[in-house]
Design a protein around this ligand. Structure first.
Ligand code: GDD
Ligand code: MN
Length: 365
C-alpha cells in the first residue's frame, strides 16, 4: 500500500504562490496517499480564504488557521502534530523550494530507512538563486555556529537552517512535541532536542527566487536564532528569555560605559555625577531593546510604553541605587578604577531586574 504522506506548508501572506505550488504537488497522489496541510497565521492577503475555497474541490487539502500570528517554527510544529501521514514533508510555500525535491526526499527517506532527510541549499549538487549575497553569507555563518552547538553526530549535515525536510512521523512525534517554538528554525531545534539520535541524510535543493510577496525573516528572527545557539550551548539549561535579557543587559553595559566616558570627557562631569545619569540612560536603552526583542510578544506600545518605562525604572531603581552605591563605594574604597567599579554593580542588577521586570513590567511569570 502507498505510504501516507502529509505535506506541511506554513504560510503567511502567500496567496499568490499557493495555487501554482499545489498544482505541482497534487500529482504526487499517484504514488502516495497524499494530504496537504496549509498552516496559515491569519494572513491579511486572503491566503486562508483561498485555501478554504480550493479545499471544496480538493479533499486532500486541509486548512489549519491560527489567529494571532505566532511564527514559522510554531506553525511547522502545529502542522506536523496535526498531520496524519506515515511520512511528512515540510517546505516553504513561496515557491523557493522546488516541488521536484519532494519526491527525491521521500525516496531517500524510504530507501535509506532514515528518520529525517534535509533539503540542503549547501549540498555540493545544490544551487541557490534568489538568496542575496548577504543572506547567503549569513546562512553560511549561521550554519557554522549551529553545527558547533549541535551533537557531533550531525557534523556532516550542510544545511541546519533549511526550511525543507522530510521525516518519519510516528517515531519523531515525541521530539516534535518537545521542540521549543520560539524561533524561525524548526529544523535546528529538532536536531538539538534529538541529541544526535536521528538517522539523517541530505538531498540537494535548487533554491529558487521567491515568486510573489516578500521574506518574513527580520531582525527579531535573527535574534531568536542567536538565542537558540546560546541556549543550546548552555546545554538548554539557561532559559531563553534570561539569555536574551542578559545579552540586552550586556549592551546596556556598553551604553553605560560609553555614556560615562562621554559625560566625563564631553561634558566635563565628575565620575560621581556622570555615573547616575549613565545608569539611567543604559536602563532606558535596555528597556526599549527588551521591549522590542525579549518581550516582543508582550510588547508595550504608545502610552503603555511610557508607563512601562517608568515601571522598569522603578523596578530597576532598587538595584540601580545599589549599583550606584556599590560602584561608588568600590571606586572610593577599593580601587579608583571606573571599569571594575561599574561591572561590580551591574552584576547585582541583572538577577533582580530579570525576575522583577518579567513579572511587573511585562506581566509574564
Ligand atoms: N504560518 C506561518 N507563520 N508561516 C510563516 C511565518 C509565520 O509566522 N513566517 C514565514 N512563514 C512562511 C512563509 O509564508 C513561507 O511559506 C515560509 O514560511 C518561509 O518564509 P520566508 O519568509 O519566505 O523565509 P525566507 O525565504 O526568508 O527564509 C528561507 O531560508 C531560511 C534559512 O535561511 C526559508 O527557506 C526558511 O524556511 C529557512 O529557515
Ligand atoms: Mn522564502
Amino acid at each position: 500500500m502507498a505510504p501516507r504522506v502529509s505535506i506541511v506548508l506554513p504560510t503567511y501572506n502567500e496567496r499568490g504562490n499557493l495555487e501554482p505550488l499545489l498544482a505541482q504537488l497534487l500529482p504526487l497522489q499517484c504514488r502516495f496517499d497524499l494530504e496537504i496541510l496549509v498552516v496559515d497565521d491569519d494572513s491579511s492577503d486572503g491566503t486562508a480564504e483561498l485555501v478554504r475555497q480550493l479545499a471544496h474541490g480538493e479533499p486532500r487539502l486541509r486548512l489549519v488557521r491560527r489567529v494571532g500570528r505566532s511564527g514559522l517554527a510554531s506553525a511547522i510544529k502545529e502542522g506536523l502534530l496535526d498531520a496524519t501521514g506515515d511520512l511528512a514533508v515540510v517546505m516553504d510555500a513561496d515557491g523557493q523550494h522546488e516541488p521536484a525535491s519532494v519526491e527525491r526526499a521521500l525516496d531517500t527517506l524510504l530507501q535509506g530507512d532514515l528518520d529525517l532527510v534535509i533539503g540542503s541549499r549547501f549540498h555540493p549538487e545544490a544551487s541557490i538563486q534568489g538568496l542575496s549575497g548577504r543572506r547567503e553569507t549569513g546562512s553560511t555563518w549561521a550554519n557554522a555556529w549551529a553545527r558547533f552547538s549541535l551533537p557531533a553526530a550531525y557534523g556532516q549535515l550542510t544545511d541546519l537552517m533549511s526550511g525543507f525536510f522530510a521525516l518519519r512521523l510516528e517515531p519523531l512525534l515525541p521530539l516534535i512535541r518537545a521542540v521549543d517554538v520560539n524561533g524561525f528554525k524548526f529544523l535546528f531545534e529538532l536536531l538539538a532536542v534529538s541529541r544526535g539520535r536521528l538517522r539523517t541524510a541530505e538531498v540537494p535543493l535548487r533554491f529558487q527566487p521567491r515568486s510573489y510577496g516578500s521574506s518574513k525573516l527580520d531582525l527579531a528572527i535573527f535574534w531568536d536564532f542567536l538565542i537558540s545557539i546560546l541556549h543550546s550551548l548552555s546545554l538548554r539549561l539557561l532559559p531563553r528569555r534570561a539569555i536574551s535579557f542578559g545579552l540586552v543587559g550586556a549592551s546596556g553595559v556598553v551604553v553605560q560605559l560609553a555614556l560615562t566616558q562621554a559625560l566625563m570627557q564631553g561634558a566635563g562631569l565628575g565620575f560621581e555625577r556622570a555615573l547616575p545619569l549613565a545608569v539611567v540612560g543604559a536602563a532606558s536603552s535596555n528597556y526599549l531593546i527588551n521591549n522590542a526583542l525579549t518581550f516582543r510578544f508582550q510588547r508595550l506600545r504608545g502610552l503603555k510604553l511610557l508607563q512601562g518605562l517608568l515601571k522598569f525604572l522603578l523596578v530597576a531603581s532598587l538595584p540601580v541605587l545599589a549599583n550606584v552605591g556599590l560602584a561608588s563605594a568600590f571606586y572610593s574604597f577599593v580601587a579608583r578604577d571606573t571599569l571594575w567599579a561599574q561591572l561590580a554593580g551591574i552584576l547585582v542588577v541583572f538577577v533582580w531586574n530579570y525576575a522583577a521586570s518579567s513579572r511587573f513590567v511585562w506581566n509574564t511569570p
